[in-house]
Write a protein that binds this ligand. Structure first.
Ligand SMILES: C[S@@+](CC[C@H](N)C(=O)[O-])C[C@H]1O[C@@H](n2cnc3c(N)ncnc32)[C@H](O)[C@@H]1O
Length: 215
């Protein structure tokens, strides 16, 4: 991603997609996600008491590659992205698999919590956290907490590791402690290890993290 281009607003992100200036786009699911799904990790698991099927939320989904991989693995996926043009390609297949793609502000999703707001068993984050300005990270943590069912899980590619904030962003430097600080003490990290299927184009470290909501 270009550090000298700090788009924060929907219009700026939309322009990036219109310009085909989307170096974050892998063209498919992140290979680490694909590897772990193939290995039997991330099998759909229901923790929310009020849902009949396992539901996953993918905020900042971009072209929806990861969302589709999870949907094909059996999750009912809600993908969120407010940039124009992201929804067109994945929406139909997501819907055919019982999911949906919403062109909405992911940070506001589910707020205020209403009685019919179904919480999610899984939130998957891939370059959404690091796309946000660090000042927005508390809102990201609140959103994850609001959207996850008790004992639900956040799975994230923690990236870019080792990048100082002085270098700017996006992607803004992301360490495990940044994710934990945003989530607050209602979460515990159950796994944090280097990604095996790294992307050559990425200059900074990638980790695979799992975080359990403990209340
Ligand atoms: C770096 S891209 C990553 C996209 C996708 N996760 C991927 O890995 O290809 C960040 C995405 O977050 C979206 N985004 C940023 N802020 C958002 C917000 N507040 N609500 C919804 N989408 C947002 C952008 O439009 C963009 O598609």
């Amino acid at each position: 991603m270009n550090d000298e281009y700090p788009p924060k607003r929907a219009a700026d992100w939309s322009q990036r997609y219109r310009d085909h200036d989307t170096p974050w786009d892998v063209g498919g699911p992140h290979p680490e996600l694909a590897r772990r799904i193939a290995a039997g990790e991330l099998a759909p698991e229901r923790v929310a008491p009020n849902s009949t099927e396992p539901h996953a939320l993918v905020p900042g989904a971009g072209y929806g590659h990861d969302a589709l991989a999870l949907a094909r693995a059996g999750w009912r996926v809600t993908a969120l992205d407010f940039a124009e043009g992201t929804k067109a390609a994945p929406a139909r297949e997501l819907e055919s698999l019982g999911g949906r793609f919403l062109a909405e502000d992911a940070l506001a999703f589910g707020a205020p919590v209403t009685p019919d707001f179904g919480r999610y068993d899984l939130v998957f984050d891939h370059t959404f956290f690091c796309a946000l300005h660090p000042d927005e990270r508390p809102r990201w943590g609140t959103m994850v907490d609001r959207c996850l069912a008790p004992r639900g899980e956040l799975v994230a590619i923690v990236f870019p590791g080792g990048k100082p904030h002085a270098n700017g962003g996006p992607p803004w430097g992301t360490e495990l402690e940044h994710v934990l600080a945003a989530l607050g003490d209602g979460f515990e990290c159950t796994l944090h290890e280097p990604v095996q299927e790294t992307l050559e184009r990425r200059d900074w470290a990638e980790f695979w993290g799992r975080f359990r909501r403990n209340r």
